[in-house]
Ligand binder design. Structure first.
Ligand SMILES: Cc1cc2nc3c(=O)[nH]c(=O)nc-3n(C[C@H](O)[C@H](O)[C@H](O)COP(=O)(O)OP(=O)(O)OC[C@H]3O[C@@H](n4cnc5c(N)ncnc54)[C@H](O)[C@@H]3O)c2cc1C
Length: 372
């Protein structure tokens, strides 16, 4: 059995790691020219089943490295006003999760996949063949055939647009300036695991990404064959604003916080600009199970939710569930279509949890804004 995965994001890579270990033939095709091709670095929190599924995807020999480059979730979540007066302080209900930098994690999940991963391969479309297999057509004119094609190609998924053309993705009535600033000198802004600054119409969310050990140093000692980016510990910040961005420039957005506390303005002014930018915040329609074929979806492609929707956690769980089903097909215990149908039911059920989580997060933020 041959599995072709479109997209080398966290979800596609987690699936590839698991399939390689199971001895299933897998190839991953990524449109970017390299792992560092564009803005990739923000902080992602994993907990509960998502964290367990992440650990299950990463090869056991790399678990000490995974642990070393994680950030702990400690202390309180704090709400402050634009002059840093504390409005509210909350303990976290569950404190078993870990924080990861997406870019560092992606490098870790790529480890050992040299033979499976191909960059500069943008999928244009797929074709279902009469024998039940699928042919992937790439922008460079090449094709590859598979028994199962997995669209792990993110929120704007090309695979989903062909498979489920009725599913739309739209901009929410808010947009974000997302960035990061090295934490040195700014620790006091975020004494716990998060700080939310609320003012009328503008909200700034700060999250701490403090690596337990610097990634390069940890890799050199724990797994010298793994190349991790030289990323210093940082504060991830997201400025949320109502409406749609008029421009994708950062400056007009920063002008909106002109009268804020000087330390907050300095935090944004010292941003790592290569990893900061302005964009609309998007959400897709809910995906319900569809008539199953040899093409399926995983991660944001299958549950396009905005940040707050547990997207990376769900992608890890998808990879675990799908691998179990594909092993059952390979071993002759399940028919391919029945196995994929079972996976898709579970994926769609889990997606509801993600949508509810995102809705809760956006409601809480709106409440803080209204009270500001
Ligand atoms: C600021 C921010 C904070 C977040 N925080 C959290 C968090 O705390 N917890 C959490 O669980 N989630 C979080 N998320 C969501 C999480 O990052 C995503 O859900 C997750 O990364 C999705 O992974 P994926 O593999 O499905 O898709 P992606 O990471 O989008 O990967 C898709 C890949 O497919 C490639 N691709 C696209 N089209 C094609 C094509 N036609 N051909 C070939 N390749 C293609 C892309 O280049 C990309 O590499 C956050 C998101 C943001 C933006």
């Amino acid at each position: 059995m041959k599995v072709v995965v479109i997209g080398a994001g966290l979800g596609g890579l987690a699936l590839a790691q698991r399939l390689v270990r199971a001895g299933i033939d897998v190839e991953v095709y990524e449109r970017d020219s390299a792992v560092e091709a564009r803005f990739q670095g923000y902080r992602i929190g994993f907990g509960g089943p998502g964290m367990a599924a992440l650990e299950g995807a990463v090869p056991a020999r790399l678990h000490p490295l995974l642990d070393a480059v994680s950030g702990l979730i400690e202390g309180t979540g704090r709400a402050v006003d634009s002059q840093l007066n504390v409005l509210e302080e909350k303990e976290r209900d569950d404190d078993e999760g870990r924080m990861f930098d997406r870019n560092v994690l992606r490098h870790l999940l790529i480890a050992g996949l040299d033979d499976q991963l191909r960059f500069d391969m943008k999928l244009d479309r797929y074709e279902e063949l009469p024998d039940g297999r699928v042919r992937a057509h790439f922008a460079d004119g090449t094709t590859v055939d598979a028994d199962v094609l997995v669209g792990a190609d993110g929120m704007g998924s090309t695979v989903r647009r062909q498979l489920l053309p009725h599913i739309g993705v739209h901009d929410l009535p808010v947009y974000g300036a997302i960035g990061r600033t090295p934490i040195a000198g700014f620790e006091h802004l975020i004494p716990g695991w998060s700080t939310v600054v609320s003012a009328k119409d503008v909200q700034l969310m700060l999250g701490r990404m403090v690596f337990q050990r610097p990634p390069v140093e940890a890799a050199a000692e724990l797994a010298p064959d793994v190349r991790l980016p030289d990323t210093p510990s940082y504060i991830r910040w997201v400025l949320m604003l109502p409406g749609a961005p008029e421009t994708l420039d950062l400056q007009p957005v920063l002008d909106l916080i002109e009268d804020w506390h000087p330390d907050l303005k300095a935090l944004i002014a010292h941003a790592d600009t290569a990893n900061s930018g302005v964009s609309p915040i998007k959400e897709g329609d809910a995906v319900e199970p569809w008539p199953t074929r040899a093409v399926t979806l995983l991660g944001d492609a299958g549950h396009p939710a905005p940040p707050g929707g547990l997207g990376a956690n769900l992608a890890m769980v998808d990879a675990e569930v799908l691998t179990d089903k594909l092993i059952a097909v390979r071993d002759g215990r399940m028919d391919k279509i029945a196995a994929l149908a079972g996976y898709e039911r579970t994926m769609c059920e889990n997606a509801k949890i993600g949508r509810e989580s995102a809705a809760r997060a956006f409601k809480n933020l709106a409440k803080l804004r209204a009270e500001a």
